[in-house]
Design a protein around this ligand. Structure first.
Ligand code: ADP
Length: 443
């Protein structure tokens, strides 16, 4: 299989052609002048001219042959280099043309899918069927959603995750990166280059890690609850109250075991989420009421902050109350934690374009601009290594994003370093309630 792609050598043929034309012209003129001087008779002159013509043809033929040979050798050498670099690539790579033909594929493709004996199909359709290519959730991939087809429309596809079946039946987790190959400026791509990476081992290790986290967090819950329980009992059993020092020790013990419980709970949740074991129990409720409830609980956490609620009207949603409670606790907790100077934390609950929106604004340290892009990534901590680092595991925001997204909602933030941040999320309004609310507003 060959695409006919050449490793273009940056040389122009005009220079040798011009030199050749000048030398040939000079040869014809000067040799004619010389012959006119040397050969006297017309018959002899014609014969010598014919001989000169033959010699000329022979010399140029030899020259032409040498040039063609040199060029073909250079072309072969460049093709061999191109093929060797393709074959030595660890990643599987293939090229697809706009007619759905696989025009080039390296050995790693065959090794990855166990196709060494059967060989590489030349049609993409056949290749897709043979490997039973699917989305990570197991649904089939539409033709236009294939990385190569997207690239042929000009898109650069980065690390699209897919499932594939190896020839021995094993399930592979792969990532595909595809780019359009445009040979002339401004033209539609004629080819797409697709690079595949095997993620199966990585996914297996990730799963092991999540299973471990889940088990560890589960196992840690019981001793922590016991420690907290006995600390409370000891607190109550002390006749005649505590010495101030003891009282302080019990308060610290209580607070720290609460913190530990929360951390373990977060770990458990994030591992459950990864393992697809986070189920939603939806019910209809008024979002503002829940926000007010969480706000009251969180107000006790810090005496340096004043939590202020603004709400225009009822906002009914159909959601998992416990999970949304968790999102709110995370956002309130961060708002307090990342504004160590204290101040007002303003919370707004409103309905906007068919959704209920909650926004929590803090007057804190904000998030450095260059670190804002990864904020919702698992275990990402934007202040890690900075003086303003407040500790933490970087789980809360990731968990909150996943919970909101599973409800079909959206979570976002705006942040100005040194001035504070506003974190918001939206959930679809319950249709009927939204209409009731609009009706009340009109009357
Ligand atoms: P944690 O707070 O436990 O580190 P989160 O997932 O809740 O984890 O937050 C991730 C990171 O986002 C934090 O480490 C912090 O750098 C940044 N962050 C979150 N909320 C705020 C906020 N309100 N103000 C400034 N930075 C924040």
């Amino acid at each position: 299989m060959s695409t006919g792609l050449k490793a273009g050598r940056a040389s122009t043929p005009w220079r040798p052609v011009a030199i050749y034309a000048v030398v040939a012209g000079l040869w014809i003129i000067l040799s004619d002048v010389l012959l006119a001087g040397l050969v006297r008779g017309l018959g002899d002159f014609v014969q010598v001219q014919v001989l000169k013509g033959w010699l000329y043809v022979a010399a140029t033929s030899v020259l032409l042959y040498a040039l063609i040979r040199k060029d073909t050798a250079a072309l072969r050498e460049s093709e061999a280099r191109h093929r060797a670099s393709l074959e030595s690539m660890a990643d599987a790579l293939f090229l697809v043309d706009s007619h759905g033909r696989i025009v080039e594929a390296n050995k790693a493709v065959l090794t990855l899918f166990g196709l060494e004996a059967a060989g590489m199909p030349t049609e993409l359709q056949r290749f897709i069927e043979l490997l039973d290519i699917r989305h990570p959730d197991g649904s089939p991939v539409a033709w236009d959603a294939l990385p190569s087809q997207r690239a042929l429309k000009g898109e650069t596809v980065r690390e699209q995750e897919l499932l594939a079946r190896r020839s021995n039946g094993a399930l592979l987790h792969i990532s595909a990166t595809a780019s359009p190959v445009v040979t002339d400026m401004g033209q539609v791509p004629e080819l797409a280059v697709v690079v595949l990476r095997d993620l199966t081992e990585l996914k297996r290790l990730e799963r092991m890690r999540d299973e471990f986290l889940s088990t560890a967090a589960h196992e840690l819950r019981t001793p922590i609850t016991t420690i907290k329980g006995y600390a409370q009992l000891l607190d109550r059993w002390t006749p005649g109250g505590h010495e101030p020092r003891e009282g302080k020790a019990f308060r610290i013990l209580n607070r720290q075991s609460d913190r530990l419980t929360q951390l373990v709970q977060e770990l458990l949740e994030v591992s459950r989420l990864q393992l697809g074991r986070l189920a939603l129990r939806r019910q209809r409720f008024e979002l503002g009421e829940l926000v007010a409830d969480v706000l009251e609980r969180m107000q006790g956490v810090s005496s340096r902050h004043r939590l202020v609620l603004h709400q225009e009207g009822p906002v009914f949603v159909d959601a998992d109350r416990e999970r949304i409670d968790q999102v709110l606790v995370n956002l309130f907790d961060n708002a307090i934690k990342y504004s160590p100077e204290g101040g007002d934390i303003e919370v707004r609950v409103a309905s906007r374009e068919g959704t209920g929106v909650v926004s929590i604004r803090d007057p804190g340290m904000g998030i450095p601009k260059e670190r804002q892009g990864q904020l919702f990534e698992r275990f990402y901590r934007a202040h890690a290594g900075l003086e303003s680092d407040r500790g933490g595991m970087g789980i809360g925001l990731h968990l909150s994003e996943q919970i909101v997204q599973r409800h079909g909602g959206r979570i976002w933030f705006e942040s100005e370093p040194g001035k504070g941040s506003t974190f918001s999320f939206s959930l679809a309004l319950v249709q009927q309630a939204a209409q009731e609310h609009e009706h009340e507003a009109r009357v």
